[in-house]
Design a protein around this ligand. Structure first.
Ligand code: FES
Length: 135
């Protein structure tokens, strides 16, 4: 069943894919992590500039890959500007699915979650903590 709402949301996703927000390397990043989807080789690299209060002053990303992975990265990075690291530690898949706003089939779940994996790895690496694998 197709709905107008689903189509509008799909347009938003495509727009993030075509015009990614906060795209590019951050030269003064406090931490950066690159991750890839081993199934397809698509890449997302996350850059975070974190201030002494543990707040993300600026976040950017770069990468290449399918529309879902890159749009998800753009939306995620946009949503974490000015957020505290503690909040980022608690982000979960639900945050991604809500932002995307469409049903993501099982094949595309790894695409949608790749940016979150990279972001979590960056946060945990910055904090010197070990990241438990989810799923
Ligand atoms: Fe590679 Fe989506 S097909 S991340």
């Amino acid at each position: 069943m197709s709905s107008g709402l689903g189509e509008a949301q799909f347009e938003i996703i495509l727009d993030h894919y075509r015009n990614p927000r906060n795209y590019g390397e951050l030269s003064d990043a406090s931490v950066k992590v690159k991750d890839s989807n081993p199934l397809c080789g698509d890449v997302v690299e996350v850059f975070l500039k974190i201030n002494s209060d543990g707040v993300v002053e600026k976040a950017t990303f770069r990468g290449h890959g399918c529309a879902i992975s890159q749009a998800s990265a753009s939306m995620l990075i946009e949503s974490i500007q000015g957020k505290k690291l503690d909040e980022l530690r608690n982000l979960d898949k639900q945050h991604i699915f809500e932002m995307l706003g469409i049903e993501v089939g099982p094949v595309r779940v790894k695409c949608a979650l790749l940016p979150l994996k990279a972001l979590k790895a960056a946060v945990y690496s910055y904090l010197g903590l070990k990241l438990e694998e989810e799923e």
